[in-house]
Design a protein around this ligand. Structure first.
Ligand code: DC
Length: 221
């Protein structure tokens, strides 16, 4: 296995911003594991498998047809699903509303965890997610768990959605972040929790650069 830096934490704590910066700084590959769960959710939505009930049989039968890759386009990393750029779609609210249900399905987790481990066999990686330090790469030495207050996180996510041209009121975003916290921490398979040896970093009162400096000094130290 190559060098792995695991960055886990609650939704909208700045994990992906930090993971991207660290990967660039160290010359490692950046892997957004949340994008993989989002891409599977998008695939299920476009195929009509998520309604009041989830069509689990169809989803599981078709997992083998799902190919998720990360590519660089105009200096930005994008997620592709079966060769198509789905970056814009997977950040939308309909995916955000359904992704926790998809991420709670054990077979989908095993499928994506296996893909994440394969990437880590071939590359030095900074990977962000919920279970990277606990399940995907429990043996790595560099494990961080980012957290921040719920209001700060909802504000950050709201700004992100606005940049993505989605006009959604703040209270809806706040409710979505709250319900995803609940779903992430209460699911039976790989619930969100810090690994015993993870370093917990509260980002509420710090700028992106301050958090980055702290993480880099911990990695180097
Ligand atoms: O980091 P994010 O908000 O893009 O993640 C989207 C969803 O995917 C989130 O609700 C939790 C889930 N997820 C997960 O269960 N395990 C991961 N390693 C990454 C994300």
């Amino acid at each position: 296995m190559k060098k792995i830096i695991a960055i886990d934490g609650h939704a909208a704590t700045g994990k992906s911003t930090q993971a991207k910066k660290i990967a660039k700084y160290l010359g490692y590959k950046y892997i957004d594991s949340g994008a993989m769960y989002r891409a599977v959710t998008h695939y299920c939505l476009i195929n009509g498998w998520i309604n009041k009930l989830i069509n689990l049989n169809s989803i599981l039968e078709n997992l083998k047809n799902i190919d998720i890759q990360f590519k660089t386009l105009n200096n930005f990393q994008i997620t592709t699903l079966n060769g198509n750029d789905v970056e814009g779609y997977i950040r939308k609210m309909d995916v955000a509303k359904n992704v926790s249900k998809i991420a709670a399905i054990p077979e989908i987790r095993s499928f994506l965890v296996e893909k994440q481990r394969q990437i880590g066999l071939k590359n030095n990686v900074v990977m962000d997610g919920r279970d990277i330090g606990t399940v995907v790469f429990p043996e790595t030495e560099n494990k961080f768990f980012l957290t921040a207050s719920i209001e700060v996180r909802a504000e950050r996510r709201h700004e992100e959605l606005k940049l993505n041209n989605e006009s959604i009121d703040f209270s809806t975003v706040l409710e979505n972040v709250k319900s995803r916290d609940l779903d992430d921490t209460s699911r039976l398979t790989s619930p969100l929790e810090p690994a015993e040896d993870a370093i917990i970093v509260d980002t509420s009162n710090y700028s992106v650069n301050e958090v980055f400096d702290k993480l880099i000094s911990l990695i180097k130290g």
